[in-house]
Every structure is written in structure tokens, then in C-alpha cells.
Design a protein around this ligand. Sequence first.
Ligand SMILES: C[S@@+](CC[C@H](N)C(=O)[O-])C[C@H]1O[C@@H](n2cnc3c(N)ncnc32)[C@H](O)[C@@H]1O
Length: 241
Amino acid sequence: MKIRDLFRAVFPPILFNPIYAATRMAKLRRRTGDAGRYTVDFFEGHAFAWAPLIEQYQPKSYLEVGSLEGMSASFFIRQAGALSELSVHCIDTWEGGVEHLSGGKMEMAMSSVEARFDHNVSKAISAVPNRVRLVKHRDQSHRALACLINQGLENSFDFAYIDGSHQAPDVLIDAVLSFKLVRTGGILVFDDYLWAEEQGHLTDPLRSPKLAIDSFVNVNIRKLEVFYSRSGQLVVRKTSC
Ligand SMILES: C[S@@+](CC[C@H](N)C(=O)[O-])C[C@H]1O[C@@H](n2cnc3c(N)ncnc32)[C@H](O)[C@@H]1O
């Protein structure tokens, strides 16, 4: 048995190892002042890549697919809300993806997650000098995104973050609909571009985001620029509708 496998057998899965999580939370607190109520960290490692992006594009509107406990939304609010007034739309079922459900690879108790989202995001809003209008959409992302398009918000968002379901068919819908909602010149960030659910020695491309993100990028290649962030996320800038 390799040392890595032994470690995983003792501390399954590592993201929920309280010592590891506590260290990363402390780092986030030092970096952003965010002392929120978090039990997991899927974001701290991206903060260093987001800060210059927010500084450069100064986004005033934010669309997030997959909010969990609000760590990424709070980071966005703290950074961009220091610069201007914001409109923030967060979409989540607050039921977890397949990997968070009982028996999944990242099993997580979802019952109190939404309350922690509310607490953490309201702390972030009260920490910034500018007004923040927050709209929560508790729904499947394809329905919430279609609703926003129906409400006339097409081509309006400055910044979108796609971090909901990690199943390829769902990621493809999130990408296509979010792209409609982002304005020309706006930014879309895809989390977990190279993430794949652990399944022994093989992984299933349909149970990971890459196939969907690549399909979306290739089909729209004349309407976007694509960058790979040093933190492992794919960043797309919309160049035309
Ligand atoms: C990885 S977590 C998001 C982490 C968050 N962006 C952060 O950095 O703090 C993924 C979230 O997506 C949500 N989710 C999964 N599938 C979804 C779907 N089809 N529609 C809406 N939300 C979904 C889950 O409930 C979960 O809260």
C-alpha cells in the first residue's frame, strides 16, 4: 500500500479532516478577514487567483452556480464590494451534489449548510462599505438560470462562477445558460476543470466537468477567450454574443 493510500485510509476523505480544514480556514481568515462559519473549504486555494481578476475587471454583478456555505460568494463580496455596489445572485439546491449524498465520495450533512450560507454571506455584506443586493435561488441550476434569462437578465452579468454539479451533462447546461447571462467582456470561471471522482484506477469522464467545459469552449471558440488559472480553474472571457 502506498503512503498516500494509507493516509487516506486513516483520514477519509482528506477535505473533512478537521485539522486540514482548520488550517485552511485559518489561512482564509488571515487573507480576507473572513471568520465565517465553515465546515469545509473548496475555495481558499483560489483566492490568490481571484483577487487580481476582481481588481482588473471590477465586476459589479455576480452570478454563482453552487454556493454551499458561501465561501466563494463571501470572498467575491468582500473583494468586489470594497470597490462598488454589487448585485449578487446565488443558485443552489442546498441539497448537495451526488458526491455529497450519503455513500458519496465527499459525504456531507447538508441540513445546516444553507443556514451557514445565510450567516456567512450576511457577515460579508455587512463588512463592505457599498450596498450589496443579494438574491438567493434555491433550485436546480438549469431552472434558476432559465428563469434569470426569462426575467431579461441576458447579457448582464460581469462575473459568473460555475461550481454546482460536477456531472458533465449538468456542467454543460450550466455553462451554456450562464454564458447567455454574462455580458460581452464579462468573465466566467469554471471550478474543478481537472477534477474527477475517484473510482479505483479509472475515472468516468461523464462524472467530471472537463468534457462539458471543453465541449462548451470548443463550440463557442469564436465568442470567447480562454485562460487557465494557476489555481487550476478555467477562466473564460466572453468576446461576443
Ligand atoms: C462544490 S460546492 C460549491 C462550493 C462553493 N462555490 C464554495 O466555494 O464555497 C457545490 C454546490 O453545488 C450544489 N449543487 C449541486 N448540483 C446542483 C444543481 N444541479 N443545481 C443547483 N445546485 C447544485 C450543491 O448543493 C453544493 O452546495
